[in-house]
Design a protein around this ligand. Structure first.
Ligand SMILES: [Zn+2]
Length: 484
């Protein structure tokens, strides 16, 4: 296996491969494919092609204004789809500028370092600029310069996203404000920088030519981070963005939560309510807590406002289905598999001088030299900054990440159906209440419209309303047949 990987690695370093063209073609192919998937959804949002409610929704949306809500939902979804298409084009242009010399005259005019050379790219410019940042170690430490590059790219990315987010948040979705965005930037920097530094350290230490060993260590590293996040996310990060208040014990929902937890032997700790500032049709309730200890239930205030107590209970039954089925373990396994496949692929390119040269990083003696591989019997000079090789490999394999995303979506969707099936098994009233609760939430969010199954499977990690209703009905039918 290792020899096969090594020979593949060498073959890919062939200087005659036109990497710039290959990379742009790869990104372009992914965009074309996604545009095709998006085009499959469009007819469902057209009031001419789909003038009436999908049949799965008809029994639930019977009010006189139901048709109006349907029309508004279609228009809203169409608006979002159009906006996403515009963003895709903008992002594609940004990528082209980032990976080419288009910006060179501006760069030079601003008096920034570099800006010349036959293969200069903006990426190269940012790398050189990162080396001059005060905390970059004067370009003598690859890890510090890489961390500086991550900071630089994240800050630039956030600034560039302000107009896009502004439109999405205030025109399209009335979401959260900019103070949360700043906090979001700081949190992502606090997480990203140590993550990237750790990754590079491991890659240098484990040896880029020993791909399997390197991937094994990377998986171990990511696994530790994921376990740490189980502690950090609900206790540290979420409270930065949402306000937690205890559910009043005299709320009509409280005894239902307690009884359901007791019935299922769920180790109930506290019950919290959080402000549901983010408009989302599927984050309505969740639980958190460490394995073997008490677990806490969190309900969104929007769920409590919109739903009857018995409907909240049905939604909670779905959440506890995730707990009973130990879905967290599956999700962890899926995430690690994704990391393993991605890094095993990226690792093939980490020392690819031909790829690096095509984007302005020709091999020079000025690159920090790693002697860490002496233990393997040979000293080895790095071909270029690992972070840049990683970044290019990631872009080169963006179709791979789309495919992996499709695979993980199909697993998370399966877990959702599984949790719904769990709720229906608690009794027919749970199924009915779950269905009405789902319809009410989606109706309020203007998300009642039909969906193309391929589009949904590719884009959504949760099944859409129509898909869930259809699956719930099928499940009920199956249970009924079993009984008779
Ligand atoms: Zn769920």
């Amino acid at each position: 296996m290792a020899t096969v990987l090594r020979s593949l690695q060498d073959r890919l370093a062939d200087p005659s491969i036109p990497w710039k063209t290959v990379l742009l073609a790869s990104i372009g192919a992914k965009e074309v494919f996604e545009a095709y998937i998006g085009s499959r959804q469009r007819p469902y949002l057209s009031p001419i092609l789909h003038p009436t409610l999908p049949s799965a929704l008809k029994p639930y949306l019977t009010a006189s204004d139901a048709h109006d809500t349907y029309r508004k939902s279609q228009a809203y979804a169409r608006h979002k789809l159009d906006y996403d298409s515009v963003l895709t084009i903008v992002d594609l242009c940004e990528t082209i500028v980032f990976l080419s010399a288009v910006a060179a005259p501006v760069w030079t005019a601003l008096g920034l370092p570099g800006g010349q050379g036959p293969h200069w790219t903006l990426l190269r410019g940012f790398w050189d600029l990162a080396g001059q940042l005060p905390f970059a170690g004067g370009g003598h430490s690859e890890i510090r310069q890489s961390s500086a590059l991550v900071v630089l790219l994240t800050v630039i990315g956030t600034v560039m996203s302000i107009p896009k987010e502004y439109y999405r948040n205030f025109v399209l979705e009335e979401k959260h404000g900019f103070n949360k965005m700043t906090r979001g930037l700081l949190v992502s920097l606090a997480l990203e920088v140590p993550l990237i530094a750790g990754l590079i350290k491991i890659i240098h230490w484990a040896g880029q030519d020993a791909i399997l060993r390197m991937v094994a260590w990377l998986i171990a590293f990511i696994f530790c981070i994921q376990i740490a996040m189980i502690f950090v996310y609900p206790y540290v990060i979420m409270p930065l963005f949402n306000k937690f208040t205890p559910l009043p014990t005299d709320s009509p929902v409280y005894p239902r939560v307690k009884d359901l937890a007791e019935k299922l032997s769920f180790p109930l700790g506290k019950v919290w309510v959080i402000d549901g500032s983010i408009r989302s049709s599927h984050s309505n309730a969740f639980f958190f807590g460490l394995p073997g200890l008490q677990k806490h239930i969190v309900l969104y205030d929007t769920l409590l406002e919109k739903s009857k107590p018995e409907e909240v209970e049905a939604i909670l039954a779905h959440e506890l289905g995730h707990w009973k089925g130990m879905h967290v373990v599956y999700l962890l396994a899926v995430a690690l598999t994704q990391v393993a496949v991605s890094f095993a692929t990226y690792a093939l390119f980490l020392e690819n001088g031909s790829l690096l040269s095509a984007f302005g990083f020709p091999p020079t003696p000025s690159h920090p030299v790693h002697f860490t591989k002496e233990k393997l019997g040979r000293a080895h000079a790095s071909t270029g900054p690992t972070i840049v090789a990683l970044l290019l490999a990631m872009m080169l394999f963006s179709p791979l990440s789309s495919f992996l995303q499709f695979m993980t979506n199909s697993i998370t969707r399966h877990l959702e159906y599984d949790a719904d099936a769990f709720a229906t098994k608690l009794g027919p009233s749970y199924a009915t209440n779950l269905k009405t609760a789902l319809v009410t939430i989606h109706e309020k969010n203007l998300a009642v419209y039909g969906v193309d199954h391929v589009y949904s499977a590719y884009n959504h990690n949760h099944p859409t309303l129509v898909e869930r209703l259809e699956a719930l009905d099928a499940q009920l039918e199956l249970d009924r047949k079993k009984e008779t």
